[in-house]
Design a protein around this ligand. Structure first.
Ligand code: GRF
Length: 227
């Protein structure tokens, strides 16, 4: 089940799936451009031709393409076509960064050990959509974001790393979303850095970090490193 790290001396090739704004993709592109992340975005794929993520990719010289769900007879057929395009990029790692469609289990399961997603909550709390609204309604004092391996269990795959933020008096959804998003970017970059270095692996027994079982998700510190 564990995915091999890229061969020594070769940069980790990443395929990114994104449906919208693409700020998490931009964080990866910026980290690569500034030399703080040793990886390569091999391509960006979307289910929406108008996704800003596609424009961000093209501006960085990264191949970008949208496939339309309406052109396919079923979710399974769309995902088969999408992942054919993903596989053509020969990625070591697949990053779902604001990819908003459910993925068919048949497409997810064989790729779980090299597919991650960033989700705007401290999983297992607040799966699904409108996570900031869910957090405010629940009255929690701490909220945040998680990066997890993608399994057929929606937002339920093993959690690799998290970044926490306080919920402050007077917060509305927009304020809380902005505070979380600001932490998503370094969280994703730092998690991808560890994966690209082969330090994190999904095994049949769970996540291993530096060859040892990871007892709890890594926590992003104020210095944007894991504690
Ligand atoms: C992020 O909040 C991410 O956690 C969620 O969707 C949003 C995508 O933002 N899955 P962006 O497209 O990366 O700006």
């Amino acid at each position: 089940m564990s995915a091999p790290p890229p061969a020594a001396g070769r940069r980790c090739r990443i395929a990114v799936l994104a449906s919208g704004r693409g700020s998490n993709l931009q964080a990866l592109l910026d980290a690569i451009a500034t030399g703080t992340l040793a990886a390569e975005i091999a391509g960006v794929l979307s289910d929406r031709p108008d996704a800003q993520a596609l424009a961000r990719a093209r501006a960085a010289g990264v191949p970008a393409r949208a496939l339309s769900p309406a052109d396919h007879a079923s979710r399974a057929a769309f995902d088969a076509a999408l992942f054919e395009a993903v596989d053509a990029l020969a990625p070591d790692l697949i990053v779902c960064a604001g990819y908003m469609r459910l993925i068919d289990a048949a497409a997810v399961a064989p790729r779980s050990a090299r597919t991650i997603n960033i989700h705007p909550s401290l999983l297992p709390a607040f799966k699904g959509l409108r996570t900031h609204r869910q957090a405010l309604a629940a009255g929690v004092a701490t909220h945040g974001a998680s990066v997890h391996f993608v399994t057929p269990d929606l937002d339920g795959g093993p959690v690799i790393a998290q970044a926490a933020v306080p919920v402050l008096p007077g917060d509305d959804e927009a304020a809380l979303a902005a505070r979380v998003l600001a932490r998503e970017h370094p969280l994703l970059v730092e998690t991808v850095r560890r994966l690209a270095a082969g330090r994190i692996r999904l095994t049949a027994g769970g996540i291993e970090s530096d060859g040892r079982p990871l007892p709890a998700p890594l926590q992003l510190g104020a210095n944007n490193r894991f504690a």
